[in-house]
Design a binder for this molecule. Structure first.
Ligand code: SF4
Length: 143
């Protein structure tokens, strides 16, 4: 992968918490602090799904959040990607088999990139963002 080519565009990310314990959120915040500073490559968190290329989802998806997750996904313009951050979104994690879940997330949305861990470290999240960028470029080239 050529870094200059892969970062020739910005990657705007909208984060959605679907019932997380907040551990993944803390690592996402750590990822955007000056220590890692992915914003210098063009990756930044945005306040609206309508401005985003990537939907960053954390948590196991509670029943109350499932419909809202679908609604937010529909608001992200195409081409779009879904990144699942943390074990809860992949399998339910520590909330596995709980009575009030509609997740994991791939029961509700198509997931493009999984970043495992409970919670994943910032390095893993940045690696996932690079994978998302590569996939987004492939989608755009195919359009
Ligand atoms: S994966 Fe771990 S840190 Fe992330 S929301 Fe689930 S329990 Fe919390």
């Amino acid at each position: 992968m050529k870094l200059t080519k892969s970062f020739n565009r910005s990657l705007w990310v909208f984060h959605l918490n679907t019932g997380s314990c907040n551990g993944c959120e803390i690592e996402i915040v750590a990822t955007i602090t000056p220590r890692y500073d992915p914003e210098r490559f063009g990756m930044k968190l945005v306040g609206s799904p309508k401005h985003a290329d990537v939907l960053l989802v954390t948590g196991p998806v509670t029943k109350k959040m499932a419909q809202k997750v679908r609604r937010v996904y529909e608001q992200v313009p195409d081409p779009k990607l879904v990144m699942c951050i943390g074990t809860c979104g992949q399998s339910g994690g520590v909330f596995y088999d709980s009575y009030n879940l509609d997740g994991p997330i791939d029961q509700i949305l198509p997931v493009d990139v999984y970043v495992p861990g409970c919670p994943p470290r910032p390095e893993a999240i940045i690696f996932g963002v690079v994978k998302a960028l590569e996939k987004l470029e492939r989608l755009e080239a195919a359009q």
